[in-house]
Design a protein around this ligand. Structure first.
Ligand code: F0G
Length: 382
């Protein structure tokens, strides 16, 4: 009997699929010319990207002045967040360089993504997380994908400081956004938006934590402008959680605190790059309270049909706040000409973090299996 090693089987099945992947295309296949890959780079992909740019009619009518608001729903990436765009590039490059272990610090989504792409690549993954501060869904992802999960006493900033120390070890690849391969991949979201709209939007709004995504979008928009795909750059408007807002207050926050655990960060790695993007684009960095974040999360679900995690709702919370305030003269939303296009990035899927939704202890209406009773319940709830 001829014995076939498991690795051989995996290898031949993977090569069977590689042509299918190329056909539908992850971000490396689709934007290869803009990314730091060569013909010999092994492509570790889960067909990330190609997320929908969803028109938001109710949000558009709140903004008014014939503006059109679109929601870039990054929660539909393979692990449920925008991190997959950067991770495909970072893990592909790590494998190309011969890494046997990928490591990251994370508030949850980076670790889920790193663990998935490491599993795909067949390399080990270790994630450093602030103990007790990670949404359950994200923790479950890190475990099921097979990562070594290390919980630290201390916040995300402490985890990242340790990761920086590990970067000198041979064979270890850091896949946090301090690794520029991550930002390269993440900038493809800006490409997709321009490809879909035929032009850059007037205003781009996003939540800000470690600030890598802001830097990545700005790079993407700039590269598409220079390559002739668009004729302008958007204003960039970022929102931090009020008690985790180092860029807004221009100082390190030692004990950042917010219900939006993904952006509970007091000393962002891409601080300078993000600030440069806000300034150069004529945009701004602002804050939203936890109440505004949770209310925007509920509003988005019940008005636009999109369930996002709390951090992701910060962009929409910010837009709603800007529309309700009258006395903010410098606000990029006020400066929008009539008929402008606005894009809000929704960074992660709501299913990852259901704690806030369930904290009010919502209960189903109990009923017997009786049609009349069901109809009476429906009548009362109208
Ligand atoms: N939204 C979500 C859902 C996130 O997970 C993050 C960051 C952000 C927004 C902020 O993006 O850091 O580029 O400014 N999450 C990181 C993590 C820190 O570890 O998963 P950023």
């Amino acid at each position: 009997m001829c014995e076939i090693a498991a690795d051989d089987v995996v290898g031949s099945v993977m090569s069977m699929f590689s042509s299918a992947i190329a056909a539908s295309g992850g971000v490396i296949e689709r934007y290869r010319n803009f990314l730091p890959v060569s013909e010999t780079t092994p492509i570790i992909s889960l067909n990330e990207g190609s997320t929908p740019l969803i028109p938001a009619p109710r949000l558009s009518s709140i903004v008014g002045r014939d503006c059109r608001v679109y929601l870039k729903f990054e929660g539909l990436n393979p692990t449920g967040s925008f991190k997959d765009r950067g991770m495909t590039v970072a893990v592909s490059k790590a494998v190309e360089r011969g890494a046997h272990l990928v490591v990251c610090a994370s508030t949850g989504n980076t670790s889920a993504s790193a663990a998935a792409y490491a599993a795909r690549a067949g390399v080990q993954c270790a994630v450093l997380l602030p103990s007790g501060k990670i949404a359950m869904g994200k923790l479950a992802q890190a475990f099921i994908y097979g990562a070594v999960v290390i919980a630290l006493e201390g916040n995300f900033d402490r985890c990242l400081a340790l990761i920086r120390e590990l970067s000198t070890e041979p064979g270890i690849a850091i896949v946090n956004s301090i690794n520029h391969d991550r930002l390269e991949g993440q900038k493809t979201a800006a490409f997709e938006i321009v490809d879909a709209l035929g032009e850059a939007p007037d205003l781009h709004i996003l939540p800000v934590g470690n600030a890598g995504n802001t830097a990545a979008y700005w790079k993407g928009y700039a590269e598409y402008l220079h390559s002739g795909h668009s004729t302008r750059l958007p204003r960039m408007l970022g929102f931090q959680a009020a008690n985790a807002a180092p860029i807004y207050y221009d100082r390190i926050i030692e004990q950042p605190d917010t219900v939006a655990s993904a952006i509970r960060i007091g000393n962002p790695a891409s601080w300078k790059m993000a600030k440069a993007a806000f300034n150069a684009s004529g945009g701004a960095i602002d804050i939203v309270s936890d109440e505004e974040i949770l209310s925007a999360q509920r509003w988005l679900a019940s008005n636009e049909g999109l369930f996002v995690e709390p951090a992701s709702a910060a962009s929409v919370a910010g837009l709603l706040k800007c529309c309700s305030e009258r006395d903010c003269a410098g606000c990029p939303v006020r400066k929008l000409p009539d008929g402008s296009t606005v894009v809000c990035t929704l960074t992660g899927n709501g299913l990852k973090d259901v704690a806030a939704v369930m904290s009010d202890n919502p209960q189903p209406v109990f009923a017997s299996s009786d049609k009349a009773e069901i109809l009476s319940i429906l009548k009362k709830s109208r």
